[in-house]
Design a protein around this ligand. Sequence first.
Ligand SMILES: C[S@@+](CC[C@H](N)C(=O)[O-])C[C@H]1O[C@@H](n2cnc3c(N)ncnc32)[C@H](O)[C@@H]1O
Length: 198
Amino acid sequence: MGFAPRAALSAAAPLAVAGIALSFCASLGAQPRVRVPLVDQRSVAPYVPMPWHVVDRIMEVVEVSEDDVVYDLGSGDGRILLRAAKSRGARGVGYEIDPALVEEARSAISAAGVQDRVEVREGDFFDADLSPATVVTLFLITSAQRQLRPKLLEELRPGTRVACYMWEIPGWNPSKTVTVPVSGAAHPIYVYRVGSHQ
Ligand SMILES: C[S@@+](CC[C@H](N)C(=O)[O-])C[C@H]1O[C@@H](n2cnc3c(N)ncnc32)[C@H](O)[C@@H]1O
């Protein structure tokens, strides 16, 4: 594929991920749901759902429209895809390794009646073909986004927008940075445009 191999995760990685999850939850101030797959060595980020008003802000700043195909890498309960389809008319694809979250997202997608436009695939996003995306959303951690960077460069078409909540893609220059209030703190959203990110 032409991109650097993923760094091997050590047996201690899930504990590190759990620590990151707990500190992140503290920064959210609320009592969010967190799932840390302690046995899945493919996991590069814990499950912490994005606050709904942050999802809405991302839709605005990225200007998601019915012409878009939104890929959410690590799609959790599917909320970004749901919003993209319901409020913007976009199509969406999610990748998620946690089967319980995949099930939850698929139920929500069916309940919302957008299953003709949105699909959640159970699997590792490092194995995904990202080339159909026009928008990619990432709510991961810096190390995961660093590992993803060569794959994004290799597979995304020029002009594709990449929106990251909380953490930047190391070494890329955002075309837009906005903040969103979360529990009294200003949390960043970074938007990159492939082809003009350096
Ligand atoms: C911080 S949560 C974000 C969930 C959702 N995108 C949201 O914003 O609400 C990160 C998600 O990435 C998933 N994940 C971590 N590593 C993954 C991998 N290699 N492939 C697919 N999903 C992964 C986790 O299971 C978790 O659900």
